[in-house]
Design a protein around this ligand. Structure first.
Ligand SMILES: [Zn+2]
Ligand SMILES: [Zn+2]
Length: 181
């Protein structure tokens, strides 16, 4: 769905559900499995060249557990407030930006693709390491046994490897890069 700037003379309220095609397509595009109803409530306000979003998205997602790779149901219930500014991105000239400025997205056309906006917000708010349960035992790194189903005979010392910490660090770094786009 394209949002035309000149049509935003006064605040616009949108309520979307799983019956709205482009909204469902956002989840499909992200390869996210959903279950049950989807709900998005949006209020859009234009002030000069700025468009302020106030969004509330609710959905039940079936993610993959980061420890055992089985289904990890996740209730997505998030508010988000991105700002879009019509014009040239000043960061092209000035690489030193404050944190606040990074939350502003610049665009040049007379329209915004709502699918892109919502997709980016979902990506930013998804859990980094979804779990099927906080007590998930994960998979044995040596024999591959799902330890939630049964235990294995491997030495348990190796499960708490110091490399686990490095793995977590990499995941966080990647997400920061994504935010700056
Ligand atoms: Zn799990
Ligand atoms: Zn094992």
């Amino acid at each position: 769905m394209k949002l035309k700037l000149h049509e935003l003379q006064k605040p616009v309220t949108l309520s979307l559900s799983e019956s709205d095609g482009w909204f469902c397509a956002v989840f499909e595009g992200l390869k996210l499995k959903t279950e049950g109803p989807l709900s998005l409530h949006l209020v859009l306000t234009k002030e000069k060249e700025d468009i302020f979003f106030e969004g509330h998205l609710q959905a039940k997602l079936i993610l993959n557990c980061s420890r055992c790779a089985e289904d990890a149901p996740y209730v997505f219930n998030e508010f988000f407030y991105p700002v879009f500014t019509h014009g040239q991105d000043p960061s092209i000239k000035d690489a030193e930006l404050s944190k606040d400025e990074l939350d502003i997205t610049y665009f040049k056309e007379d329209e915004l693709d709502m699918g892109d906006v919502i997709r980016e917000q979902i990506e930013l708010m998804l859990p980094l390491q979804p779990l099927c349960s906080s007590a998930c035992q994960g998979i044995c790194p040596q024999c591959g046994q799902n330890l939630n189903i049964k235990s294995c005979a491997c030495k348990k010392d190796d499960v708490y490897s110091p490399f686990q910490v490095l793995k977590d660090f990499r995941v966080i770094k990647d997400t920061k890069k994504k935010r700056r786009k």
